[in-house]
Design a protein around this ligand. Structure first.
Ligand SMILES: [Zn+2]
Length: 490
């Protein structure tokens, strides 16, 4: 369905894409950034509003301390320097869902700057510069459908007006759509680790615009860039960038020139469409916000926020690889979210077997959660309970096979492994007396196989072990049964 631009791969290879991303992230504060209205999703339209976020003349904004602290946490996670002084600025433009006629943003003195994010590409790691992180308020929302008059009217919901945002601007360090994808993935992971946003793209908590240009490989000077808007999923980001890179290369190859403009990505058509050119571009007439004093971040405040920072993925990665002896692949899977890696660590600690814990978390648990459509934070089996189950296998009380059944019961009931094993009498039989009796019975019942074994056909041992396991309803300790049978048959 993509309206592909046809460019030969060898032609495309002669050009180098240059990409920078501007990412808007909704902060998970309880109230809005400049007033005390609740900030959140799902309330009936226009109910979480007050004169400040409705932009009434004379209403005065008051900065939300929690929003500043979350923005600082994000900035630290992105290795930025938080400025001791930053300033708010009015960004003026008209839009029907922006009643003030301006956003209160930051311009020449942003909250934080000069950071970087490490991304994983082509089996290696690379640093992408972060130019700045600044605070601003979100606009309201225009609703174009879902109402009975939607064919004739657009509705405006101002609940979102005043929701705190940070804008994270990257350096033009990305060189492919894969780089951009990896950068956005790393950004989302970091912001979720420091718990400043859920980064749910479907709910608009993470929104992304991209600046894209191409230049002949080896040339230093950047080409003319286009700004892509509406990249509201990871998949669309990649598709839009690939389309736009091909479009610009084709244009240049055919003797044309790229013009600086804003382009919208149309996911249905699979193409980007020109929206406005440079001549029509906004001049926001920024000026310092007269209703807010500059923001001063004291050393003491900075220290207190730093102390509250959790361990970040890079530090955790090193610790997991060295401390637990896990493969790099396992570590990446377990590090995907803070909840997942916390869960793993607790299961590893309770069970005393980190590798087994990693296998259970990535295997049986992940499969069960996927089937139930649940996140690990909603797991019916707590990390400590999984650890207990793994410990039961480790000390030989239940077999690995029985553990799968016990795990299924834990998922269904939320009960602990020990309680289920105890109640259902599932404890593995390792007691020599009980096993000897069963082994003797099986040997007596299968004289032909015993003869075969003694004649050198040792493969029948497996059959005999199976018979004992069957007689014990799966509760015999297979290793002990093996050992006993060998002794008796010798
Ligand atoms: Zn309000």
């Amino acid at each position: 369905m993509s309206a592909a631009v046809t460019v030969a791969p060898e032609t495309l290879a002669r050009y180098e894409p240059v990409i920078g991303l501007e990412v808007h992230v909704q902060l998970a504060t309880r109230s809005k950034i400049y007033c005390a209205c609740p900030s959140g999703f799902g309330a009936p339209p226009n109910t979480n509003v007050c004169p400040v976020c409705l932009g009434m003349p004379g209403a005065l904004p008051v900065l939300n301390r929690a929003a500043v602290e979350m923005a600082m946490k994000a900035a630290f996670a992105l290795n930025c320097e938080v400025r001791p002084y930053s300033r708010f600025a009015r960004k003026n433009y008209f839009y029907p869902d922006l009643p003030k006629g301006y956003q209160i943003s930051q311009y020449d003195q942003p909250l934080a700057e000069h950071g970087w994010v490490e991304i994983a590409v082509d089996g290696g790691r690379k640093r992408i510069g972060v130019t700045r992180v600044h605070l601003e308020d979100d606009a309201g929302k225009s609703l174009h459908d879902g109402f009975k008059d939607s064919d004739r009217y657009t509705y405006v919901d101002l609940n979102r007006s005043g929701t705190p945002l940070i804008e994270i601007v990257s350096e033009p360090d990305l060189r492919s759509s894969d780089d951009a994808y990896a950068y956005l993935t790393a950004l989302k992971q970091l912001l979720r680790y420091v718990m400043v946003s859920t980064c749910d793209m479907e709910k608009g908590h993470l929104r992304c615009d991209a600046n894209v240009s191409v230049r002949p490989r080896g040339r230093e000077k950047f080409g003319t860039k286009a700004e892509l808007k509406n990249l509201n999923s990871f998949r669309f980001l990649k598709m839009a960038l690939d389309y736009e890179i091909s479009r610009q290369v084709a244009l240049i190859e055919n003797g044309g020139t790229v013009v600086q403009e804003t382009r919208l990505y149309d996911p249905d058509a699979g193409e980007t469409v020109g929206m406005r050119s440079k001549e029509e571009a906004h001049d926001y007439r920024y000026f310092p916000e007269p209703d807010l004093v500059p923001l001063a971040v004291s050393d003491d405040w900075r220290r207190r926020v730093l102390v509250g920072m959790p361990e970040l993925p890079a530090a955790r990665r090193a610790r997991f690889i060295e401390g637990y002896g896990l493969t790099e692949y396992a570590v990446e899977v377990l590090l995907a979210t803070r909840e997942m890696s916390d869960y793993f660590e607790q299961a590893a600690a309770t069970s005393g077997d980190a590798r087994a814990a990693a296998n259970w978390v990535m295997g049986d648990l992940a499969a069960a959660l996927k089937e139930a459509g649940k996140d690990i934070s909603e797991s019916p089996v707590m990390a400590g309970q999984l650890g207990e189950l793994i410990a039961l296998i480790g000390n030989g009380e239940i077999s690995g096979k029985m553990a799968k059944d016990v795990f299924a019961k834990m998922l269904a009931t939320g009960e602990g492994a020990g309680a289920i094993v105890e109640r259902e009498g599932l404890k593995q039989i390792s007691d020599a007396g009980a096993l000897v009796k069963m082994v003797d019975e099986v040997l007596a019942a299968n004289p032909r196989q015993v003869e075969q074994y003694r004649a050198g056909k040792t493969a029948v041992l497996g059959f005999l072990v199976g018979q004992v396991m069957k007689a014990s309803r799966g509760q015999a300790n297979p290793a002990a049964v093996n050992e006993l049978l060998r002794q008796k048959l010798a």
